[in-house]
Design a protein around this ligand. Structure first.
Ligand SMILES: [Mn+2]
Length: 280
């Protein structure tokens, strides 16, 4: 099979380690393409909902595939999200062609493009929009403020500020929430002179122009691998939303049955956990 070339691939909200994750479909997609560079835009491994009992071989095979790409020298940027937040303490780390960063600013064919997961705006949206507008509050500070709020929310027995729970409350509030997220992100992007802003987090794939007081911004969201099974592909100075359910080539990719060596899988899994310093 000839692998489809992609200049830049953006994936987010894979949520490996959860029942909802479509790892098999993602693997089929990954095996059908040849990306020149990748941005993993958060919530790749779901550590919040992680259970040691649930780790199917397809989930490990996704990680193995990505490690294989790093071994071949494919540049990969890992931007942690809220569900894989412990990776944030490794920001600035570079391991071969893998770089861990909190946010990414790229110049793509002259267009200033800003990428981040997006959870930093949860608190801003719930509490005070002016917070993000203060020039001194950078993205990293917002992440810290979120962590702080989550800490107290948990201490008060309310659990982490969960977006999915809120969204699932009603379709109407979900639509309102998504609109608010998109406009907040775009206003901040415009203020910082970005022409493109790329997020994940809200599990809603998008590619649209948003008009703000400070100018028009192209807003993109890579969606998720729980419900939408989407990604963002950049080729010839153009972005498009990839949809697995519309891709017959990926759907027909045959995967090897079950990993032959279960023991080595387990060992790799354990070293991965150790790497992330999780005690399960
Ligand atoms: Mn998220």
């Amino acid at each position: 099979m000839i692998k489809r070339e992609i200049e830049l691939l953006v994936l987010s909200d894979i949520h490996l380690g959860t029942y909802g994750c479509h790892a098999k479909e993602l693997l089929q997609y990954l095996k059908s393409i040849q990306p020149k560079s990748i941005v993993l835009n958060g919530d790749i491994i779901d550590v919040w909902q992680f259970s040691k009992r649930y780790w199917p071989s397809e989930h490990m095979m996704v990680i193995k595939h990505l490690i294989g790409l790093i071994a071949k020298g494919t540049p990969i940027y890992y931007i942690p999200g809220n569900h894989d937040e412990m990776m944030r303490k490794f920001k600035g780390t570079q391991l071969g062609s893998l770089r861990i960063v909190n946010k990414l600013s790229l110049n793509l064919h002259g267009e200033r493009t800003w990428m981040f997961h997006g959870d930093a705006f949860d608190v801003v949206m719930q509490h005070s929009k002016w917070l993000a507008k203060l020039g001194a509050v950078g993205y990293d500070t917002l992440i810290l403020i979120n962590r702080f709020m989550n800490f107290f929310s948990e201490k008060m027995g309310r659990g982490k500020l969960s977006l999915s729970k809120r969204i699932k409350n009603s379709v109407k509030s979900a639509v309102a929430f998504i609109n608010k997220f998109e406009s907040t992100v775009c206003e901040i992007a415009a203020e910082n002179n970005y022409q493109y802003v790329i997020c994940g987090h809200i599990h809603e794939p998008a590619l649209k122009h948003v008009v703000t007081d400070k100018g028009t911004v192209c807003y993109l969201n890579s969606g998720d691998w729980i419900e939408n099974l989407t990604a963002l592909e950049y080729n010839d100075a153009q972005w498009k939303i990839y949809r697995y359910y519309e891709d017959e080539v990926a759907q027909s990719v045959e995967l090897e049955h079950r990993s032959k060596n279960k023991e080595s899988n387990k060992a790799l899994f354990n070293s991965l956990l150790a790497e992330m310093k999780i005690t399960v």
